[in-house]
Each structure stands twice: as structure tokens, then as C-alpha cells.
Ligand binder design. Structure first.
Ligand SMILES: Nc1nc2c(ncn2[C@@H]2O[C@H](COP(=O)(O)OP(=O)(O)OP(=O)(O)O)[C@@H](O)[C@H]2O)c(=O)[nH]1
Length: 564
């Protein structure tokens, strides 16, 4: 006769403690193991390969046109790194003070970027290619060696030489370079070595565009502007939002509509005009802006379409000739996803280049005539070498969320800096004593009804994916501040220009219009009664909203109007 074991009574409380103990022992053993062996362990290097993102199947690689040529390429994480990231999921979140969000250029310290190696007209095309390949290989090897023994490790950066070649080309053909950053992460997206190279080696002028200002508090914008002006007195700074929400009375209701940021466009124009002075007559550009404004005013929003010529220039390197053929060429460069293409569309007044929420969308640089003597150049986004931790790179939009193996470190970082339970109106799930990254995902999955098909359990990955996308799209606003900001915050709030910035952002007191306001209410995205628009609940578990279909993930970001 088989012996039946008597069931021992097991209370819910005991079960809960057992689950917690198991989870904690798994976490701590992983941590101990990894940190103990961190110094002598070489597995990271040996296991690391290069990951090509968004690769097309080889059947689509045509004989003469390799569709994967311009893919984003990063180092893959080792198994150990992935395990470490997994462990972050269950560490209780600790609140981080606002002061800790003050951010210098520290992650770029000690890192330069691969500038184009010397070349001359006597070199054959093959020779040029070989030379550049060798230079780039050596550059990557040196960088890896240099940062191997340091505490700050080399983080993900663009490993595709083809993409760097695009930047080299844009730097070469442009007369003026617009370095575009997402204002939320200004110092994390401005490599000082790039600016120095433009100014001192190329002897060209640059303008810093603080983009997406609709997403942050007005005092943060003023503080960033002041910080850059103080650090780089020769660098003009323009604040920008690629599109703005306006308000119109229709019947008894107020309707929101998209309007162009003429204030920003005019500022860019003025700065460029100062730079070219009398060498190029930019009246055609000014006339275009004024005419667009007039037409928009009359037509109530739609601007007449002009014929646009887009060229994908080939790689025939040539010596730069300033204002060649009487044309000023303005290059837009920066990290992926900062809004370079949207910026060009905003300048042009309609969609001329494709925009997407997925980093690395622009693969090949394109030139667009704004007027007959002003040429814009859209460069693919590049992740510059730095020690920015990968979990932060994900939040910056440098790394596609769809390719992420472990979302938890990024969520932990976010959860420690934004009061997500309050903001998302979620409560701690029963099995948890503390908020952790997994607890956040579980609570959000329950709230949104993200359940697995088979077992109807909360789909943590889908919830994680969704939360990260909300951060990228500006529904959840994480913002950094310049050094010393917290002590001077009140001064910035009372700054004489604050009214102009608020007007620029299109904020109407008492009405949530901008991404920043709609996303929370105060700088940390907290509000007493604010909750995310239900639009955020759109299913974003895959990346295909970036396709030409129109984008399903609108949320509160009115600015995605310029998306495909
Ligand atoms: N809130 C807000 N979102 C913006 C703004 N400009 C661009 N975006 C959004 O940012 C995302 C990326 O925009 P893109 O213009 O494709 O960025 P990019 O720099 O060209 O990106 P890459 O092709 O990766 O280099 C899109 O979802 C845009 O809608 C802005 O001023 N405000």
C-alpha cells in the first residue's frame, strides 16, 4: 500500500515568508558571487560578442545592397551581466533625493570619439576603406583596453563603422552643426569631445538645440540653458520642441491642435544668420518662416506644401568648401531618438523625413533643401563612447527597448526617482513587503490586465516594456538637472524669462496640455490627482508601432504627430 504523507498545515503568512526568503537568498548569492569574482573574472570579455540590432533576414540582403549595412551594433551582454541584471528585479527600491539627479558630463570623462582618420586624394577607394577599417578596429581595441581596469566600464556605444562614416560625412559637408539633445538628459547626450572637435579641429560653428522642452518644467529648461552658457560661452543654445499644442475655441469647447514651434524655428534662423553674417543671404529662409506663419494663421493649421528634394548623398569624400555653390549646409547630429528628424520636419513645416520612437531609425544621412540656398542634413543617431550605465542608456532611448534582455535595472532606476505607485495609482501586490522592480511590474500588469495567455498570471515583461516605453515617449517624465540646480531652483522659478519659456511650451495655466504637465504636474511627475491617460494602455509589447502605419502609442505625447 502506498504511504500517503499527512499534509502539514501551512498558513498564508508562512508561505509568503518562504517565497520571500527564497527570493532574497537567490538575489544575495548572485550578488556575492559576481562581486567577489569581479576583478579576476574574464568571462565578460570572452563571452561578449557584437549584437546587430534590427537585422533583416539574409534572404532580404540583396546582392549589391546590404540592408543590414547600417544596423546599430553594440556589444552583447555576457551571461554574468544578464544574471546580475536579473538580480536587480527583487532589490527593495530606495528613494533617491532630487540632488542626486544633478548630472555633470562625468560619464564622458576620459572618452573621446572616433573622428575620421587622415586621408588624401592620392588614396584609392580600397586604400581609404582599409585605412578606416584598421583605424576603427584599433580605436575600439584601445578603448576597451583602456577602460578594462577602471571602475567605470566602457558602456554600449556604436560599433558600426558605417554609421560613424555617416557622421564623418555630415561633419565634413556642413557649415554649421546643430548638436541636438533631449533636454531631459542634456549632459548625458552632449559629448564634450564632439564639440571640441567641431570647434577646434574642424573650426566650424555649432549650435546646441535643447529639444523636447515640452516635457520638462520651465525652470529646468532655464537651468540647463544657463549651465551650458556658463560651461561653453561660445556655444549658442536654442530651446526647441518639434511641434506644439495649441488651443482653439470651437463652439462652446476648447479643442487642442498641433501648431509649429515658430519661436524655436525663428531662434534657429537667427543664430544661423549671426554665423553666416553677410556671406550668405538668408532672407529666403526668413521669408519662408513668415510666409508659413501667415498661411498657417489663415488656413488654421495646414501649411502649403512645397516641392522637397531629398538626396541620399553617396560617399565621395571631398575637401570642405565653405558655403559651396552659395549654399549653407546645416547638419543635425546627436544621439539616437533625440528628435533630429522631427526637428528637420519642424523646420520644413511638414513631414519630409521619417520619424520613429525606435532608436536608430535614421540609417543613412539625407539632405533636404529648406530653401534654395539652405540645405539641412539629417544624420543617423550615434551612441558615443561613455561609461553611462546601460540601464540609463535604455531610458535615454539609445538602446531599443524591444531588444532588451532585462528591463529591471532600468525600472529600478526609474522607480527610485519617480514615485510610480502614486503616479500610476498602483498598490503593492500581496506577495511583497517592499516595492521592487518586479512588484512595480506586477502591480502595473494587474492594473492594465496584462495577463499571460496560458496561466493568466501577470505578464511582467509586458508591463515592464510598457512602463519603459512610457518613459521614452514622455508620459513618464524622468529629468536630470545641471549641477547646483537644487540650491538655485527658486531663483530659476522666479527668473525673468520664465514667462517666455512657459509661453513657448504652450502651457495654459490650469490646463494640462504639454507632455510635462499631462505626465504629472511637478518635476518628478507627481501630482495629487494626476493619472496617466488611458491612451498609455495601448499594447506596445512589440516594436511594430514604428512601422509606417501611423503609430499606436500616442499617449499624452502630442508631439508624436510628426511620427509616421
Ligand atoms: N515630446 C516630444 N517628443 C518629440 C519631440 N521631437 C521628437 N519627439 C519624439 O521623439 C521620437 C524620436 O524622434 P526622431 O525625430 O525620430 O528622432 P531621431 O533623433 O531622428 O532618431 P534616430 O533616427 O534614432 O536618430 C519620436 O517619437 C518623436 O515623436 C519633441 O520636441 N517633443
Amino acid at each position: 500500500m502506498p504511504q500517503h504523507r499527512r499534509k502539514i498545515p501551512f498558513s498564508n503568512k508562512k508561505k509568503k515568508d518562504q517565497i520571500l526568503a527564497k527570493r532574497q537568498s537567490r538575489t544575495s548569492s548572485l550578488y556575492l558571487k559576481s562581486y567577489d569574482s569581479a576583478d579576476e573574472d574574464e568571462t565578460t570579455e570572452e563571452a561578449v560578442g557584437v549584437q546587430k540590432l534590427n537585422s533583416q533576414p539574409s534572404s532580404r540582403v540583396a546582392r549589391n545592397r546590404n540592408v543590414n549595412r547600417y544596423n546599430l551594433q553594440f556589444y552583447e551582454e555576457s551571461k554574468k551581466e544578464i544574471e546580475l541584471m536579473k538580480a536587480e528585479a527583487n532589490i527593495p527600491l530606495r528613494e533617491v533625493q532630487k540632488r542626486d539627479l544633478e548630472m555633470t558630463f562625468k560619464f564622458f570623462e576620459g572618452y573621446d570619439f572616433p573622428a575620421r582618420p587622415p586621408w588624401n586624394y592620392d588614396m584609392s577607394r580600397d586604400e581609404l576603406n582599409r585605412n578606416e577599417n584598421k583605424y576603427f578596429r584599433e580605436y575600439v581595441d584601445n578603448l576597451s583596453k583602456l577602460h578594462k581596469d577602471e571602475n567605470k566600464r566602457l558602456s554600449l556605444f556604436e560599433l558600426n563603422l558605417e554609421t560613424w562614416r555617416q557622421l564623418w560625412r555630415v561633419l565634413e559637408i556642413s557649415d554649421i552643426l546643430l548638436i541636438i539633445v533631449d533636454v531631459r538628459y542634456s549632459t548625458l547626450m552632449f559629448p564634450p569631445s564632439l564639440y571640441t572637435y567641431i570647434k577646434e579641429t574642424l573650426k566650424k560653428r555649432a549650435i546646441l538645440i535643447l529639444n523636447k522642452v515640452d516635457l520638462v518644467a520651465p525652470q529646468t529648461i532655464l537651468a540647463w540653458k544657463a549651465y551650458f552658457k556658463e560651461t561653453y560661452p561660445d556655444l549658442p543654445v536654442v530651446i526647441f520642441a518639434s511641434n506644439q499644442t495649441g488651443k482653439k475655441k470651437r463652439g462652446g469647447n476648447t479643442a487642442t491642435f498641433q501648431k509649429r514651434s515658430y519661436e524655436g524655428v525663428l531662434q534657429v534662423f537667427k543664430e544661423c544668420q549671426k554665423m553666416v553674417q553677410s556671406e550668405i543671404d538668408l532672407t529666403s529662409w526668413e521669408a519662408k518662416i513668415l510666409e508659413d506663419m501667415r498661411v498657417e494663421e489663415e488656413a488654421g493649421g495646414s501649411v502649403e506644401e512645397h516641392q522637397t528634394h531629398i538626396q541620399s548623398d553617396d560617399f565621395n569624400f571631398e575637401q570642405h568648401e565653405a558655403y559651396k555653390n552659395g549654399i549653407v549646409t546645416i547638419g543635425c547630429i546627436g544621439f539616437p531618438n533625440v528628435g533630429k528628424s522631427s526637428f528637420i520636419n519642424a523646420l520644413k513645416g511638414r513631414k519630409v523625413v521619417s520619424v520613429s520612437r525606435t532608436p536608430g531609425h535614421t540609417k543613412h544621412f539625407q539632405t533636404i533643401f529648406l530653401t534654395n540656398n539652405v540645405k539641412l542634413c539629417d544624420c543617423p543617431g550615434l551612441v558615443f563612447p561613455s561609461s553611462t550605465p546601460k540601464y540609463l542608456q535604455v531610458l535615454l532611448g539609445s538602446y531599443p527597448i524591444s531588444q532588451l534582455k532585462q528591463p529591471y535595472p532600468s525600472l529600478k532606476f526609474l522607480g527610485e526617482r519617480l514615485n510610480l505607485p502614486k503616479l500610476l495609482k498602483i498598490t503593492l501586490p500581496a506577495d511583497y513587503d517592499d516595492w521592487t522592480a518586479t512588484a512595480l511590474c506586477e502591480a502595473w500588469a494587474y492594473k492594465k490586465g496584462f495577463l499571460t495567455a496560458k496561466a493568466s498570471r501577470p505578464d511582467l515583461y509586458r508591463a515592464a516594456n510598457h512602463l519603459l516605453r512610457m518613459c521614452l515617449g514622455g508620459q513618464l517624465v524622468l529629468e536630470f538637472y545641471p549641477p547646483g540646480y537644487v540650491d538655485k531652483e527658486e531663483d530659476f522659478k522666479n527668473h525673468p524669462d520664465i514667462g517666455d519659456v512657459i509661453k513657448f511650451q504652450g502651457i495654459i495655466p490650469g490646463e494640462s496640455v504639454t507632455g510635462w504637465e499631462a505626465a504629472g504636474g511637478d518635476e518628478k511627475g507627481n501630482s495629487d490627482d494626476g493619472e496617466f491617460s488611458e491612451d498609455c494602455s495601448s499594447d506596445v509589447s512589440s516594436d511594430d508601432e514604428d512601422s509606417e502605419t501611423g503609430g499606436r502609442y500616442r499617449g499624452n505625447n502630442a508631439f508624436s504627430v510628426l511620427d509616421d
